[in-house]
Ligand binder design. Structure first.
Ligand code: G
Ligand code: MN
Length: 407
């Protein structure tokens, strides 16, 4: 019977989706079902749930529908409601209605209801997605200790994570290389390896997005392993053209708690015949701050193995100086946030100057990221910055294209 109600709710919602007009969907969950069943008996709780259904019905408009879809669950379809604000009013009417107890077998019971809310089309374009969204909102409300929660905006991250897992397993990601130019010698002294993902179905997915997804899904170790191996494999070919070239690889946050990181990196260097001193591992402060103690140990071991460490995106975040004190970094990469607007923002320029000096006082190499024009480049030279990177000097390109530049 409940399965049928669920199918009925799906059918009603799908029909409304097909109609195209906005509507809201509520998932009402009664808490403590099992507890009440133990205390009062199953028959009494069944009676209570029938009472609840009837009482919910009283708060609704003639075209609204309430359906009992689970042991402690109801779905309510509210046609014509424009957005979640309207849906929330309907949900509040229900919770208010149940501030008064319900009589069950000579006792008065106050049902504790939690309501998840979603709206078409904001949270999904078909009934299946909407019903799941409303159910997820119930979980969110329960976790947050709230009576009503609105579903998160429509997202298919779950599917995208599966696609990323496949892409990693099938080696569908690619490496792009961006040149780093020495401001003294005016030549390419290093390249930064950047992961790129072009999904056959979705097109290019921004690195920020898939790195974040990988972290959420616990795929950071796989992504790091892939990135170190693929980058070094291709870099080994570039090094044949320029033997003193270095390669920077970004280490994804959360990877420091990974056991065997140092061994993995050393093994990859050995396999691709790249000397440790040609490798720069870029780490961000967020990565290091996840677990500062473990990170310090891992970074010191990498550094002892002859690998260089760069602090990436310097200036973003909160605790920059703490790790400058503790971590064995040899390069400071000044975030593009400060570098790109240097010529129109004097404060940004002064901050870049201060960061270049800071790097030098710590015997570190100063690298400016996000150099987008010639004037910024000149200003950096005048400040004594060591290395620059940015669209003005070269965009990230595939290995063959970069090899042509090196030749
Ligand atoms: O966090 P990290 O510094 O590793 O990020 C590097 C990213 O910055 C790459 O995705 C690269 O495409 C991008 N990038 C490189 N040079 C420039 C630039 O000059 N301007 C902008 N806006 N982005 C850049
Ligand atoms: Mn970087």
């Amino acid at each position: 019977m409940r399965a049928q109600s669920y199918q009925a709710a799906l059918a009603i919602a799908n029909e409304l989706c097909a109609g195209g007009s906005p509507f809201c969907l509520l998932h009402v969950h009664m808490r403590r079902n099992r507890q009440l069943s133990v205390l009062l008996g199953f028959a009494a709780v069944e009676q209570l749930l029938e009472g609840i259904e009837a009482r919910i019905g009283k708060t609704l408009r003639p075209n609204d529908r309430v359906l009992r879809t689970g042991d402690s669950d109801f779905l309510i379809v509210l046609p014509g409601l424009l957005n979640t604000a309207h849906g929330e009013l309907a949900a509040q009417r229900i919770t208010r209605e149940f501030e008064q107890p319900v009589a069950v077998g000579g006792r008065l019971i106050t049902p504790l209801l939690t309501i998840g809310l979603c709206a078409f089309p904001d949270h999904g374009l078909n009934a299946d997605v909407l019903l799941r969204g409303a159910a997820a909102a119930v979980d969110q409300a329960l976790q947050a200790g709230r009576r009503i929660a609105i579903a998160a905006p429509f997202s298919d991250d779950v599917l995208l994570i599966d696609e990323l897992r496949d892409a990693l397993a099938n080696n569908e990601l690619a490496v792009a290389f961006q040149p780093l130019v020495s401001l003294r010698e005016r030549g390419v002294v290093a390249v930064e390896a950047l992961a790129r993902w072009r999904s056959p179905q979705r097109g290019v997915i921004a690195p920020q997005r898939f790195v974040e997804l990988a972290e959420q899904a616990g795929l950071a170790p796989e992504l790091t392993r892939w990135s170190i191996n693929a980058s070094l494999r291709e870099f080994a070919q570039l090094r044949e053209l320029a033997p003193s070239l270095r390669c920077s690889i970004n280490l994804s946050p959360k990877v420091f708690t990974l056991s065997g990181l140092v061994e993995q990196v050393s093994a990859a260097l050995a396999i691709w015949g790249v000397p440790a001193k040609a490798l720069v591992l870029e780490v961000t402060e967020t990565a290091v701050m996840e677990d500062p103690e473990y990170s310090a140990i891992a970074l010191n071991r990498l550094s002892d193995a002859g690998i260089r460490i760069a602090i990436d995106d310097f200036g973003q975040g909160y605790s920059s100086f703490t790790y400058l004190k503790h971590f064995p970094a040899t390069e400071l990469k000044i975030d593009q946030l400060f570098v790109t607007p240097m010529m129109r923002d004097p404060r940004a320029a002064q901050l870049v100057r201060a960061m270049v000096d800071l790097a030098h006082h710590l015997d570190m190499v100063a690298v400016a990221e996000g150099v987008e024009d010639a004037l910024v480049l000149e200003a950096l030279v005048a400040m004594g910055c060591d290395i620059a990177q940015g669209y003005h000097l070269g965009r990230p390109v595939d290995r063959a294209t970069l090899a042509a530049v090196l030749r």
